[in-house]
Design a binder for this molecule. Structure first.
Ligand SMILES: C[S@@+](CC[C@H](N)C(=O)[O-])C[C@H]1O[C@@H](n2cnc3c(N)ncnc32)[C@H](O)[C@@H]1O
Length: 202
């Protein structure tokens, strides 16, 4: 089957990024300032490592980027990159990630995608249920005041997720970066200023 290679695909090759998804993170971070220099960042669903490459460029040598994926994440040539093969639903895998830096993360990213069945509405619902699980893991992964970025797929139910997630952040943004294919219903939610107990200060 012939797959048309788009501009971001070619640009990723030119710049040495492992996936065109790298440009989504570059654009999202440029707009919303989610990751900062010296941050410790957790990347959920990180393989093949395009977001990790971008994250390492932003955090510099003093921060650490930890990536988790059920698939192997090909080794990243940076002393401050840690890769973990495992399922984010597994408490031991989450513990290993926190253990790698000895505290909760400054920023948690999730570009996680499930294997698609082809039924768009059931795929969206399955993805949202996974997103709900990731949200419930944040108190053990993300420091108070930290930032969060997650991929969602647009559906009526995604609005409910955004409402629920909104309680746990000072500010929430939803957006579709330019590098996201227009044919895809994906969107990203950025939450800034994590509030673990969900109670905003008056
Ligand atoms: C779109 S890819 C991520 C691409 C990545 N952001 C990059 O730039 O290279 C989504 C990833 O989510 C992973 N994934 C799916 N379910 C997962 C789970 N339960 N735990 C960890 N990773 C998972 C998949 O294996 C896949 O590699």
């Amino acid at each position: 089957m012939y797959i048309r290679k788009d501009g971001y695909y070619r640009l990723a090759k030119q710049r040495g990024y492992r996936s065109r998804a790298s440009f989504k993170l570059i654009q999202l971070n440029h707009s919303y300032g989610i990751i900062h220099k010296n941050d410790n960042a957790l990347d959920i669903g990180a393989s093949p490592g395009g977001w990790m490459q971008v994250t390492i460029d932003i955090i510099g040598r003093r921060g650490t980027a930890v990536g988790i994926d059920v698939l192997e994440i090909p080794a990243i040539n940076a002393a401050n990159a840690v890769t973990i093969k495992g399922d984010i639903n597994d408490p031991a895998v989450r513990q290993k990630a926190v253990h790698a830096i000895g505290r909760r993360f400054d920023v948690v990213l999730s570009d996680l995608s499930l294997n698609l069945t082809g039924d768009a509405s059931s795929d969206a619902v399955r993805h949202l249920s996974m997103a709900g699980s990731i949200l419930s893991f944040l108190p053990e992964l993300l420091k108070e005041g930290g930032n969060f970025l997650i991929k969602l797929f647009y559906s009526n139910e995604s609005k409910m997720f955004l409402k629920q997630a909104g309680r746990y952040f000072e500010t929430v943004y939803t957006t579709k970066p330019k590098a996201s294919r227009s044919s895809s219903s994906e969107l990203y939610m950025a939450g800034k200023g994590f509030i673990a107990n969900g109670v905003k200060k008056p």
